[in-house]
Design a protein around this ligand. Structure first.
Ligand code: AMP
Length: 437
């Protein structure tokens, strides 16, 4: 049997690939208005970056990373030999850690300078169980802002994300913006301890993963999708009761900026998100169409004031989010949004016999140079078959070249819809054409 693509991956064919291009274009045009400019980082990084950045107890790091070794090291691993940890690489499961590394490594932050605002788009890789809206390779668009801890940065980023969703056609009333704060290094430890105590007290009622989380990552138990866990955790201590004054003030200001921008939100004290690096603001955008409840988040992010220091850079506050392209597409399809189709060529060059092919080839090139999309017969078809092909491609006009036309110094232009024909002089053809089509 022919080899198929790996499970959980997708081929983006014509209209979908076009939509992905358009999606990124809308994103980068919009983000530029907020001062975010594009950045591209490698799709693989040293595994260590993700372990330290995302957190070694997170699901992403423990269960979902695709980790690779280069050829020689693979042979060593198979032979049971040691491979140094800095020779292990992972396909990026998310964009933030790589971007933060790139900003540090390239010295983009200047002491006392303006925050660095960057945006990216590209594939991410997670070894999850594939299902609708959950792939092993998927595309994210994301932004990161490093070097400012002001709550206006958080609010501005959230507003920009909501504006993007609206710009691609997701109506406001189909989205819910959930917000929460996770506190910081000063107030979170006490909350973590309280949560740990609560989990241990209720261990018998919780799933095994949550029992383990008491030690490794108690906040994640708030996120568990098991029904029993959701019920038990709804009675757990709330972060709001543990926040220090500065975290309380930061959160209040984020909300007041959102109010000022007229962006509606719902406070969700159980929202923790999957990655360890978040401090203070976290948020998620959920949709009510196209996906079941476990996969209804189309984007989310938050503040990560300790991440840069965690991966070895200077202590620098950061904020960012990522959205999932495939999930947005599922939502748009469920809403009945018309997807983009490739534009058909405006013109098809048809030759009566092989003698005119070189001339047609030259004219086609002239047309393309002049910005006119055109097609040419590459298979030596009969004239009739060339017309059929032009019709199939959806070309509005066919340019016919035969011995008579060449002798008269013209090209016969046939409108495929009306069947009207007109002659266009060969001399300066592309220029003449731009006046008639
Ligand atoms: P995260 O990095 O987990 O916060 O994810 C940000 C966004 O990426 C989510 O809201 C989803 O829209 C999308 N996403 C995350 N994981 C997947 C996946 N496995 N397949 C498709 N989209 C995903």
């Amino acid at each position: 049997m022919a080899i198929k693509r790996a499970e959980g991956t997708k081929d983006l064919l014509a209209s979908e690939a076009l939509f992905w291009t358009k999606f990124r274009q809308i994103a980068f045009d919009l983000f530029a208005r907020y001062g975010y400019s594009p950045i591209e980082t490698p799709v693989f990084e040293k595994t260590e970056l993700f372990v330290r950045g995302i957190g070694e107890a997170t699901d992403v790091v423990t269960k979902e990373m695709f980790t690779v070794v280069s050829g020689g090291n693979l042979a060593k691993l198979i032979a049971g030999e040691h491979v140094r940890s800095d020779s292990r690489f992972s396909l990026r499961p998310e964009g933030t850690a790589g971007v933060v590394r790139a900003i540090a490594q390239n010295g983009l932050l200047q002491e006392g300078g303006a925050p660095v605002k960057v945006a990216y788009a590209g594939p991410m890789f997670r070894a999850e169980r594939p299902q609708n809206g959950r792939q092993r390779q998927f595309n994210q668009v994301g932004i990161e802002c490093l070097g400012a801890d002001d709550p206006s940065i958080d609010a501005e980023g959230i507003v920009m994300l909501m504006r993007f969703f609206e710009a691609i056609g997701i109506p406001q009333d189909k989205m819910t913006l959930l917000v929460n704060t996770l506190g910081d290094a000063e107030c979170r430890p006490a909350y973590r301890d309280a949560l740990k105590g609560y989990i241990l007290d209720h261990a018998g009622e919780l799933c095994e993963d949550c029992q383990r989380r008491a030690e490794t990552n108690p906040l994640r138990a708030l996120d568990c999708k098991e029904e029993a866990c959701t019920r038990v955790m709804s009675g757990a201590p709330r972060i709001g009761d543990f926040l220090c004054d500065s975290c309380k003030a930061h959160y209040a200001q984020v909300k007041s900026y959102l109010d000022a921008a007229g962006v509606a939100y719902v406070e969700d004290p159980t929202l923790v998100r999957g990655l360890d690096y978040y401090t203070r603001t976290v948020f998620e955008v959920q949709v009510s169409v196209g996906m079941d409840n476990n996969q209804n988040a189309i984007g989310g992010g938050g503040r990560y004031d300790k991440l840069m220091a965690e991966i070895g850079g200077n202590d620098t506050p950061g904020f960012g989010w990522a959205l999932g392209y495939e999930r947005c597409k599922i939502v748009l399809e469920a809403l009945g949004t018309q997807m983009l189709e490739p534009e058909p060529p405006a013109l098809y060059f048809a030759c009566v016999d092989a003698d005119q092919r070189a001339l047609a080839f030259r004219l086609a090139q002239q047309c393309r140079d002049a910005g006119i999309a055109c097609e040419f017969d590459h298979q030596g078809r009969s004239l009739k078959a060339q017309f059929k092909q032009a019709d199939k491609l959806g070309c509005a006009q066919v340019a016919v070249l035969g011995p008579d036309e060449v002798a008269a110094g013209v090209v016969k232009l046939r409108d495929m819809a009306t069947h009207e024909e007109r002659e266009v002089p060969l001399e300066g053809f592309a220029e003449n054409l731009s006046h008639v089509i």
